[in-house]
Design a protein around this ligand. Structure first.
Ligand code: GDP
Ligand code: IMO
Ligand code: MG
Length: 458
């Protein structure tokens, strides 16, 4: 039997996304030789701060800022080649060499302009019909996964064969233009400047989509790879791998607040299927969670606060935490830490340890509330129920804890944290049942406390 002494770590968001995964992936890459994205697409926005310099990534794995590290986009990702090259060019302008280090799975389904058009038109049609919107990022993520599951997607490998690509594209446009125009009434919608070059009278045109795809095909060819094979080979040659989750557990299409979710599985188990490795290669699962809670877009949020009212704890979180989305620029909704939600997350991911981020944002709040369960239909429940309808009816049950007035910004040792901050973290451990292995006290790489290193912990 082949054995390897290497260790692989999975990083997942334990809430509704934007927990600080990018920062932690960049930090952990110091101990890894390969970083892999395994689901989602450019709906993700991961921010890295290195010596005060900020980099926002959407598709390129957050390991890219460490030279020599290989970065992989696994088959589970839905890929917009246009967005990928936009990001690659921006990174190159900033002096990051990456084309030789980036490998893209040939099995990735492509996101093309008609996916974004469908996404935007559906949300607009919902709004027009008086229905609640999902609040998607409008990037075409849902429609692209639908094509994958319906077994009609154009994949990265199709880009190598122009005729085959053209044939499939005609078929897809036939179907999707029919839905856009006849069912959604898209001729009446404004698709904005990004989609305008591809559209006329609510339909997506063949020529501009095809021509752009063929341009991207040439650029992408050197990066196309059998990512599954390369990851397995790297592992058995002794590389430590890092699997970078996007979105968060409560946005998972099965385990999240359905239907207010994204269209992929964001949980740790999907790191295996979405990258093409066996689940036995996932040795340690790090759940990233803020010390409070945020969510962008629609859907239930049991611990939500009035985050738009000055002078309130929610407003404090929103403003001190700069809670504005990296991808769409929307404000993130803010609320208290939800321990019962974290229990669901711990369960569906099999979390080995937690990293609590943005502890510093709570500095100066007189008291903190921590949700330990909910009242639902007159009964106490200690774990987040499944699906939006039940979650909507939950009333959060809180414990109140004293806050701290000292600054925790940039603290790198647990013992140097204020007593009340340590008590708050210890209570989170008790309520969630998951040990805290890391704490983040600022956006910068260096502003990090390590209690147990994920690449060294058992
Ligand atoms: P991701 O999507 O999970 O990678 O998270 P985002 O990058 O979308 O959002 C997290 C935001 O919080 C980014 O602006 C980070 O720079 C910032 N951040 C991460 N960790 C900390 C922290 O411990 N303290 C503070 N103040 N900001 C942090
Ligand atoms: P990262 O990786 C926060 C949310 C959207 C919307 C829902 C569905 O930065 O944590 P979609 O476009 O995926 O169909 O939208 O999911 N959403 C995110 N929220 N962080 C993200 O990514 C998100 N990606 C999608 O706001 O509510
Ligand atoms: Mg984000």
């Amino acid at each position: 039997m082949i054995t390897a002494k290497t260790r692989n770590v999975v990083v997942v968001g334990a809430q509704w996304g934007d927990e600080g995964k990018g920062k932690l992936v960049d930090w952990l890459t110091e101990s890894a030789q390969g970083v892999v994205r395994f689901q989602g697409g450019h709906n993700a926005g991961h921010t890295l701060v290195i010596n005060g310099v900020r980099t926002a990534l959407h598709l390129v794995p957050s390991g890219i800022m460490r030279s020599g590290v290989k970065c992989y986009i696994g088959n589970g990702v839905v890929l917009s080649a246009a967005k990928l090259f936009e990001e690659i060019e921006a990174l190159e302008k900033a002096g990051v060499e990456l084309r030789s280090r980036l490998r893209v799975s040939e099995a990735c389904p492509l996101i093309l302009p008609f996916h974004a058009a469908l996404d935007v038109a559906r949300e607009a049609a919902r709004k027009k019909g008086g229905q609640a919107i999902i609040g998607t990022t409008g990037r075409g993520i849902g429609p692209a996964y639908e094509d994958k599951i319906a077994r009609r997607a154009l994949r990265v490998q199709d880009l190598k064969y122009p005729e085959r690509f053209a044939g499939k594209l005609h078929e897809l446009l036939d179907l999707h233009n029919h839905v856009l125009v006849t069912y959604l009434g898209s001729a009446a919608f404004d698709f904005g400047p990004t989609l305008a070059p591809y559209m006329a009278a609510g339909k997506v045109l063949f020529e501009p989509v095809f021509e752009e795809a063929m341009r991207h095909a040439k650029l992408l060819k050197p990066m196309m790879a059998d990512v599954s094979r390369e990851l397995n080979e790297a592992h058995f040659k002794g590389a430590n791998l890092l699997f970078e989750g996007a979105q968060g557990t409560l946005l998972d299409v099965d385990h999240g607040t359905y239907p207010y979710v994204t269209s992929s599985n964001c949980v740790a188990g999907n790191a295996a299927a979405g990258a093409g490795v066996g689940p036995g290669l996932l040795h340690y699962i790090l759940g990233i969670t803020k010390a409070y809670c945020t969510r962008v877009g629609g859907g239930p949020f049991p611990t939500e606060l009035q985050w738009e009212v000055p002078g309130t704890p929610g407003y404090h979180m929103s403003t001190v935490g700069f809670e504005t989305g990296v991808t769409t620029g929307r404000s993130r909704r803010c609320g208290w830490f939800d321990g019962a939600l974290l229990k669901r997350s711990a369960q569906v991911n099999g979390l080995s340890g937690l990293c609590i981020t943005k502890l510093d944002v709570l500095d100066g709040l007189k008291e903190l509330k921590l949700c330990t369960g909910y009242q639902l239909d007159g009964q106490l429940t200690e774990i987040l129920p499944m699906g939006a309808d039940d979650i909507e009816r939950c009333t959060a049950v809180y414990e109140t804890m004293a806050g701290w007035s000292e600054s925790t910004v940039g603290v790198t040792q647990f013992d140097k944290l204020p007593t009340n901050a340590r008590l708050y973290l210890q209570r989170i451990e008790q309520v969630t049942g998951v040990p805290i292995h890391m704490v983040s006290t600022g956006p910068d790489r260096e502003q990090t406390i390590v209690l147990r290193h994920p690449y060294l912990a058992d």
